[in-house]
Unconditional design. Structure first.
Length: 244
């Protein structure tokens, strides 16, 4: 009877389902949003300059891998670890992002070259050597060479890209080379004034090195330092039989 009364009492009580304990590493359902917040907060706490640089790095990879037209800002933002809205806080569109990428790659090079050419009595051979060294370390030796290849390949299809590159790179470097070449010709460092009239001659071996690296590096690697040295000797060499 006692047992029956005990069972009857238990039968009248509502059956409580035992809640299975969650693993210690699993947040409670109501706390999942809060648990994910630190990661997003950490991204927001990054310094704006660091976010901008992360976007530029991701853009270089995106543009080089897919081309200007096919590159997607969504993918670039994801690679940079920022929201697409954050990307737009720094760059208004894809064109602006691409232009900023060019500036970030070229500005330090132009500034260093301008500092060297500003010295009145600097020899032309030294300027060409500095330019060659900067090119090898800052362009050919880095992923920035992919950006230059992209401009060469897609400039004809996207005139705005070619025009921007000319105004912000070519048009800034050619006057520096021309000024030094004119002084060198007057001092007798050059056999003629060809380089002063056509400073584009300096770009020839640089572009060839980039193209060669992309097409033939695995077949016939180019000794770039020796190649550039031979170019400097060719530019500054006097004709045979002339007075030294």
């Amino acid at each position: 009877m006692v047992g029956d009364r005990h069972q009857g009492a238990n039968a009248s009580r509502p059956v409580r389902k035992r809640r299975r304990a969650l693993p210690a590493s699993t947040p409670a359902p109501g706390k999942r949003a809060k648990a994910a917040a630190p990661a997003a907060g950490g991204a927001r706490k990054r310094h704006p300059a660091a976010r901008r640089q992360a976007i530029l790095d991701a853009a270089l990879t995106g543009f080089a891998g897919h081309g200007f037209e096919a590159a997607r800002l969504d993918d670039i933002a994801a690679r940079a670890g920022v929201a697409k809205g954050t990307l737009y806080l720094h760059f208004k569109d894809k064109q602006a992002l691409f232009e900023a990428l060019i500036r970030s790659a070229v500005d330090p090079i132009v500034e260093r070259l301008a500092a060297v050419t500003a010295v009145p009595d600097v020899p032309l051979a030294q300027v060409l050597e500095v330019l060659s060294s900067i090119f090898q370390t800052e362009i050919l030796g880095t992923d920035r060479k992919l950006l230059l290849r992209l401009i060469i390949a897609e400039g004809p299809r996207f005139p705005a890209i070619a025009e921007f590159h000319y105004r912000n790179v070519v048009a800034r470097i050619l006057p520096l080379v021309r000024r030094v070449a004119e002084r060198a010709a007057q001092r007798g460092e050059l056999p003629n004034d060809a380089l002063a009239r056509f400073p584009q001659l300096v770009a020839g071996p640089l572009l060839l090195a980039v193209i060669w690296d992309g097409m033939f590096a695995k077949i016939d690697p180019l000794d770039v330092p020796a190649f550039m040295r031979a170019y400097r000797e060719l530019i500054t060499a006097s004709p045979k039989g002339s007075a030294s």
